[in-house]
Design a protein around this ligand. Structure first.
Ligand code: OAD
Length: 270
């Protein structure tokens, strides 16, 4: 079993001061931080929960309220594109109305603290970029982008569709949200990047993900099998917690800033 410290409970997390908590950094993690030449961070919906973006599988999460087969598959879109667009426009509206949180900002700082840093996300909400992360590898696409269902022509941002109704590309195909749906392949270049990063890193953080959706959920295992120190950050144990060297039972908006402060202390005094 991984090392599991006592949880810090925070329902919303947004008013939590990371430095009001006792340190979550174990001596083993401190050692891994001090030695790391390549840090990989895999994020999931939990990282954006403290911003106010609903997760998928927590109680009250999106998949507890909505049927993904009716909203997040190619068949659903072909059957009722307006319904699917209505749902994605609603989610876009939520995302545009929120701000990145301390967890996102901590990962911006990580870029300058390690010789190599790779940020891989399952999130489609664009909050890592809005926080200032410069190199984000999106495994499940981006809700701010759209593309043609038939010819794959890209339609950025607001260009399509401005309303809740599906629009057509100039080729005649339907314009769809630029996200990965159930049953679809992940973008090949991003998946290859993520798997190579997991194989070659020496410290891997799996943050705010239930670990139920593959191939993303295999990345911590790849890292572990290749010798990296693998840490989960999640108030609850995920489905892949047993693959971790340790689990930090805390919100990412608390744990990630703490890891960054520890990194700065270790790397500036080393
Ligand atoms: P889930 O909703 O499955 O899991 C969110 C995880 O975040 C849960 O394990 C929570 O315990 C945890 N969590 C909640 N608040 C947190 C906080 N403040 N800090 C850290 N962790 C917290 O979301 P994902 O694992 O990201 O796919 O789901 C994976 C994919 O399933 C999504 O990308 C999406 C969905 O279907 C697509 O849209 C293609």
């Amino acid at each position: 079993m991984p090392h599991v410290p006592s949880p810090i409970t925070s329902e919303t997390g947004d008013s939590v001061d990371p430095f009001s908590h006792p340190s979550l950094i174990t001596p083993s993690l401190e050692h891994a931080i001090a030695e790391a030449k390549h840090l990989v961070v895999l994020t999931g919906a939990g990282v954006s929960a403290e911003s106010g973006v609903p997760t998928f599988r927590s109680s009250g999460g999106l998949w507890a309220q909505y049927d993904p087969t009716q909203l997040a598959t190619r068949e659903a879109f072909s059957r009722d594109p307006d319904l699917v667009w209505h749902w994605y426009s609603w989610r876009r509206g939520i995302i545009r109305g929120v701000q990145p949180n301390p967890g996102h900002f901590a990962l911006v700082e990580a870029e300058t603290l390690f010789p190599r840093f790779s940020l891989i996300t399952q999130n489609v909400d664009n909050l890592h970029r809005r926080a200032g992360s410069s190199d984000v590898h999106e495994l499940h696409g981006n809700i701010e982008r759209s593309r043609c269902l038939d010819c794959a022509r890209a339609y950025p941002g607001d260009e399509a569709p401005p309303s809740e109704n599906a629009l057509r590309c100039e080729c005649g195909g339907l314009i769809r949200p630029g996200v990965v749906w159930f049953g679809e392949s992940l973008p090949e270049s991003e998946l290859i990047f993520a798997q190579e990063a997991a194989r070659t890193c020496d410290l891997f953080l799996s943050v705010g993900t239930s670990g139920l959706v593959y191939p993303a959920a295999a990345l911590p295992l790849i890292a572990h099998q290749n010798g990296a120190y693998v840490v989960e950050i999640n108030p609850e144990l995920s489905a892949i917690a047993r693959q971790m060297d340790e689990c930090i039972a805390a919100p990412s908006g608390v744990a990630l800033p703490m890891i960054i402060e520890t990194t700065k202390r270790l790397r500036t005094t080393a």
